[in-house]
Ligand binder design. Structure first.
Ligand SMILES: *[C@@H]1O[C@H](CO)[C@@H](O)[C@H](O)[C@H]1NC(C)=O
Length: 354
């Protein structure tokens, strides 16, 4: 109950002996800048001020203003940063009381602080890292961080731009509370094997006069899609192999390549579509593609072999090549007829017939 009485009393006294003044100034004025003449605006004489002990009522808060008792000027006593004092509030008022004695008068002085475009738009990071799949469909949206600008109204962020490029365009989304968000839109199909990385610059522009800008680097890494088949450098490899080559001898080193990356480029080699008997004669290393002799190769059994080799990447895409093996006869069979008396030329003909 006592509270109510006090409140009524205060408001009564307030109306009775107080007057209000209202000023409006931009933030960040130099210290000492004059806002107005209090003596004149309150209808007092400059001389009276000192005599009647005119002073600002200190409330333990920051003292942003001072009064020159010589001439009655109200001046800026400390830095006034609107963003620090009022944040994103649209209206920013600093109010304080001043008192003069004999008789006692209380004055309420309100100073409205106007926003000045003293802040740059800024992003939370220097670089935004984005990963997008090579197989992403054009039209896909990629969210980007938005810039902060503590200034208000048109002095805050108004628009975004993205650096010139052929693959991405910028769109702006507006949230329910009016915050603009930039988004990247993929315009065209990507090809990681042509370009695996894009570096773009996102710029935020505020609406001040002149406007201020803030930028951030956007690094876009293209994640591989398994869109490349392994490749042999030939369709057919023709090689000559001496018969009776020792088991384990290397006869051909294959090397298929795949333009993808990671497991999409990991190749496994195998022999395929060949008669079972040939698996006993030749082997291929699944990892490095070396073809070695596994069993006895005898010219007298057959003089040529045909292998099919498959190279398959980690994403199941495969390529094939043929390996034609010509077996070279080594004179490992004693001729059944030896005609030493014949001329060298004739001997050769006989051997060929055999
Ligand atoms: C291929 O792998 C086999 C088995 O690991 C090894 O013996 C051979 O030396 C390798 N060849 C090459 C060219 O790396």
């Amino acid at each position: 109950m006592a509270w109510q009485v006090v409140l009524i009393l205060i408001s009564f006294t307030y109306h009775f002996i107080s007057a209000q003044l209202h000023y409006s100034v931009p933030e960040e004025l130099k210290q000492g800048s004059v806002i107005g003449n209090l003596a004149q605006d309150l209808g007092l004489k400059a001389k009276e001020l000192s005599l009647r002990n005119f002073h600002i009522v200190l409330r333990g808060k920051m003292q942003y203003f001072g009064i020159n008792l010589e001439n009655g000027d109200l001046y800026v006593a400390d830095r006034i940063d609107r963003e620090l004092i009022c944040g994103i509030k649209v209206s920013c008022l600093i109010s304080f009381e001043a008192v003069i004695e004999n008789p006692l008068h209380l004055y309420t002085i309100k100073v409205e602080i106007q926003d000045v475009n003293d802040n740059l738009p800024s992003f939370s990071k220097n670089v935004f890292e984005i990963v997008i799949s090579e197989s992403a469909v054009p039209g896909v949206h990629l969210a980007l961080g938005h810039a902060q600008d503590p200034d208000i109204g048109t002095n805050s962020v108004q628009s975004y731009t993205i650096s010139e490029n052929n693959f991405f365009e910028l769109e702006e989304k507006i949230t329910a509370d009016g915050i603009k968000f930039p988004e990247l839109i993929l315009e065209k199909a990507l090809d990681r094997e042509k370009q695996n990385m894009y570096e773009l610059v996102l710029k935020a522009v505020d609406g001040g006069q002149p406007s201020k800008t803030g930028t951030v680097l956007i690094n876009i890494r293209i994640h591989d899609a398994n869109d490349n088949f392994p490749k042999f450098n030939k369709d057919t490899y023709k090689i000559n192999v001496n018969e009776n080559m020792p088991v384990g001898s290397l006869i051909l080193q294959l090397n298929a390549v795949d333009d993808d990356e990671g497991t999409n480029a990991e190749i496994a080699y195998s022999l395929c579509d060949i008669p079972q008997s040939m698996y006993d004669l030749f082997a291929i290393d699944p990892i490095n593609g070396s073809i070695t002799v596994k069993g006895p190769i005898d010219y007298e059994d057959t003089d040529r072999y045909e292998l099919t080799v498959e190279a398959k990447d980690g994403g199941e895409l495969a390529a094939h090549c043929k390996v034609l093996i010509q077996v070279i006869d080594i004179n490992d069979n004693t001729p059944e007829i030896t005609i030493t008396s014949l001329s060298k030329k004739f001997q050769r003909i006989l051997l060929l017939i055999q």
